[in-house]
Design a protein around this ligand. Structure first.
Ligand code: MRU
Length: 365
């Protein structure tokens, strides 16, 4: 996507052939900073501390982390240790395991002397594949938005989204945002309700930034506003991303997604989940078996932003000193609340049969 007229991906290899560059997402929307990852450790910290985040980008960063590791130690022990280190960074997004497995399958059969180059090539391939997949998700989801636009006789389609499943969460295009970007390309009028997404405010900081950069009409809303807007008929469709989708269509996504799905069901608003197939965990059928990340309480007790006074970036406490906080980072939306899954192979029902129809090679009973 373009940033001030310059095309960017969220992660790319530096020209020096040694380091990897990322957009440092903790500084957005206030500062646009590109950071270097020079080692396995840098990649692991970038994922864990959320300089990069979003399931597909976590996967791509893990792949590049393996490539950085192979440049330092391409031995079997180095390969195993790199995989272990990266696998421990964040628990919920299955793209992490998917990318690490893909890297290991490519690298393990090779002699150590060939692993450095092969790892770079495979990481680049994983990143390119993510871009192509997301573009295809955009084409598949375009039909959903076009149908609504037709029914509304061309009046703007009001989409509500939660967290950031935009291009910043992927290598490019995004998943939930890809149909929006494609619709705008096709001249369909879209307006986006952007959930702020406490505690880390990925909606306020990242989705709103993307929408503004791309000229997409949008309003930022507090997380609690969605139900009210749905009751008033001001939401035509909800589209969110997912960090892990079971083979039967349950989805784990950013905390608060489930409440949007409940409100959507109560108000007859279609609730779609956009996902690349590497986000499907074919080994799981029960969404409640998905590991849910518990993050640091300080993300809840404090908020971060730009001060009005000095213009610097700062953190402020929003609750009493002695108040403890719990911080589950994801929740599970059962498949029965999901209208459809938007994948790179088309839109399907959130059921085992629906997924099997699109991915017959991976189907489970
Ligand atoms: O904690 P985050 O910011 O990594 O959570 C991201 C999300 O919940 C996204 O909706 C999900 O990863 C899908 S991204 C295309």
């Amino acid at each position: 996507m373009l940033v001030d007229g310059v095309p960017y991906r969220t992660i790319w290899p530096a020209e020096d052939g040694r380091t990897v560059r990322i957009i440092e997402q903790r500084r957005l929307p206030h500062e646009f900073v590109v950071a270097d990852l020079a080692s396995l450790g840098d990649a692991a910290v970038a994922i864990r501390d959320m300089a990069v985040r979003g399931a597909p980008l976590i996967g791509a960063t893990a792949a590049w982390g393996m490539a950085l590791a192979m440049a330092a130690d391409p031995s079997d022990a180095g390969l195993g240790a790199a995989r272990e280190t990266l696998a421990r960074t964040r628990p919920t997004a299955v793209n992490l395991r998917w990318a690490l497995d893909a890297m290991r399958a490519t690298l393990a059969p090779l002699p150590p002397g060939e692993r450095r180059e092969a790892a770079r090539a495979k990481a680049a391939e994983i990143a390119d594949e993510d871009v192509a997949i997301n573009r295809a998700i955009g084409d598949a989801g375009l039909g959903v938005l076009a149908d609504i636009a037709r029914r509304k006789s061309g009046r703007p389609v009001n989409v509500l989204t939660h967290c950031n499943a935009g291009w910043l969460a992927t290598v490019d295009w995004g998943t939930a945002t890809a149909p929006i970007y494609r619709a705008i390309e096709e001249g369909i009028e879209v307006h986006v309700w952007v959930d702020e997404t406490r505690p880390r405010n990925q909606g306020a900081a990242l989705t709103a930034w993307e929408m503004a950069r791309h000229g997409v009409p949008h309003h930022l809303i507090v997380d609690n506003a969605g139900g009210h807007l749905m009751q008033r008929g001001e939401v035509d469709v909800v589209i969110v991303g997912t960090d892990r989708t079971t083979a039967r269509g349950d989805v784990a996504n950013k905390i608060g997604t489930y409440l949007k799905a409940l409100a959507a069901r109560d108000n007859g608003v279609p609730f779609y989940v956009a996902l690349p197939s590497p986000t499907i965990d074919w080994t799981l059928t029960d969404g409640f078996a998905i590991p849910i990340e518990e993050r640091d309480a300080s993300e809840v007790t404090h908020v971060w932003g730009r001060t009005e006074a000095g213009g610097g970036l700062d953190r402020v406490r929003v609750c009493p000193e002695e108040t403890p906080a719990a911080n589950p980072a994801f929740d599970v939306t059962p498949a029965r609340l999901v209208t459809g899954l938007i994948t790179e192979r088309g839109v399907c029902a959130a059921t085992a049969d629906g997924l099997a129809g699109l991915f017959p090679d991976r189907a489970v009973a």
